[in-house]
Design a binder for this molecule. Structure first.
Ligand SMILES: *Cc1c(COP(=O)(O)O)cnc(C)c1O
Length: 372
């Protein structure tokens, strides 16, 4: 059997152990401690966010973002349909209603025209959505200028799900720092990883202070355990944060490596019937995953199965939320784009630890299928 090539596997440096070791030696194994504070500072320094709270997952960060913006039962939240389910699930944790909005073709993210249409239609039904939950899918920034203008016009705050977008920028500003709140994930397959973890960032430091409070069981200030609010056990541990500190040292390199993968595939497939998402002026994608759009479902499947046969992992693009059995009862404003992308698109192996040899194996198989 050929060596397995993964879609996106963890890429550690060894530097992580320095921070983890320190935590062991100083017995800072419990939540809180120098690595937690250090990682929060590293994230602020890298992204330009004013404040940060590191958490047990990106999902926890989205859940706390819902709570911080006061999303409650039966409130409506506008949400990108073309995403991973973890974006939308926390809306339901709050028993709120996701209102799905389809994608545009340029970035594959939330379509601003459809977003405005959705808001007007909700307003005409007497509803005012509480938040816009916006995703930067595969590390490609959404059309922030247009979406920010709509957010301001209708006075609806933005939560950026930048779980896939660490190291991605729009007009020089890091994703996750445009909205009221931004979310990152350090899950095992993301651009950097802590084995599992996430972060909430905000320019208003009160949000992160409150997030940390809620994430540590909402303890009031008292010598005994006193609680006036429902809390959560969502804080990142000091050990896990140590891995994160090591990974933050190489985030820039990881982005470079992933962007090089993208360039390599794009050059290799020049002239073949596949297309890539291009970066428009002012957009800087981290190219977390290189995605291709083929001419049909059949071609997509032929490529995927040919790769699988050679022990190479690839994956269809995210299945839109409005097509998921668990979400199909909720309103959706669609234009056919995400359904089309789901049908014809494929994620190629994109890890920052792929070798030239690995890439060449992928390229050869894709080329062979496309030339049939
Ligand atoms: C990974 C991911 C999440 C969830 O992050 P976890 O840390 O795995 O909980 C949320 N949204 C998107 C778009 C993701 O890719």
């Amino acid at each position: 059997m050929n060596k397995k090539i993964w879609l996106s596997s963890p890429h550690l440096t060894g530097e992580e152990q320095k921070y983890v070791q320190e935590a062991f030696e100083t017995n800072w194994v419990a939540p809180l401690g120098p690595n937690v504070n250090g990682l929060e500072k590293d994230i602020c320094d890298f992204t330009g966010a004013k404040s940060c709270s590191v958490l047990s997952s990106g999902s926890a960060a989205i859940h706390l973002a819902m709570i911080l913006l006061g999303v409650e039962q039966d409130d409506e939240v506008l949400c990108s349909s073309f995403t991973f389910s973890a974006t939308a699930n926390p809306i339901r944790y709050q028993k709120a209603i996701p209102i799905f909005v389809d994608s545009e073709r340029d970035t594959w993210n939330m379509d601003p025209i459809l977003l405005e249409k959705a808001i007007l239609d909700r307003n005409s039904k007497g509803k005012k959505p509480k938040a816009i939950l916006l995703v930067h899918l595969y590390g490609m920034p959404a059309k922030m200028k247009e979406i920010m203008a709509i957010s301001e016009k209708y006075n609806i705050p933005i939560i950026e799900d930048a779980a896939e977008a660490m190291g991605a920028f729009y007009q020089g500003k890091h994703m996750g720092t445009f909205g009221e709140l931004g979310v990152f994930s350090f899950n095992g397959n993301k651009i950097i990883t802590t084995s599992g973890g996430g972060a909430l960032v905000a320019n208003n430091a009160d949000y992160c202070k409150k997030a940390t409070f809620l994430a540590t069981q909402a303890r009031d200030e008292a010598p005994h355990y006193q609680h006036s609010e429902i809390g959560y056990n969502y804080r990142m541990s000091n050990i896990v944060a140590g891995i994160g500190r090591g990974q933050m040292e190489v985030l820039k390199d990881r982005v470079e490596a992933r962007r090089e993968n993208f360039d390599y595939y794009q050059k290799a497939f020049a002239g073949l019937p596949v297309t890539f998402v291009e970066e428009a002026e002012g957009f800087f994608a981290n190219r977390w995953l290189t995605t291709i759009l083929t001419d049909s479902y059949n071609t997509r499947e032929m490529i995927r199965l040919a790769l699988e046969k050679e022990n190479i992992e690839s994956r269809p693009l995210w299945k839109p939320m409005h097509l998921q059995p668990v979400f199909e009862e909720f309103p959706a404003y669609t234009n056919g784009v995400s359904e089309d992308l789901f049908e014809r698109g494929l994620c190629l192996p994109s890890g920052s630890n792929l070798t030239r040899e690995d890439l060449d194996r992928v390229v050869a198989i894709v080329k062979e299928v496309l030339s049939k």
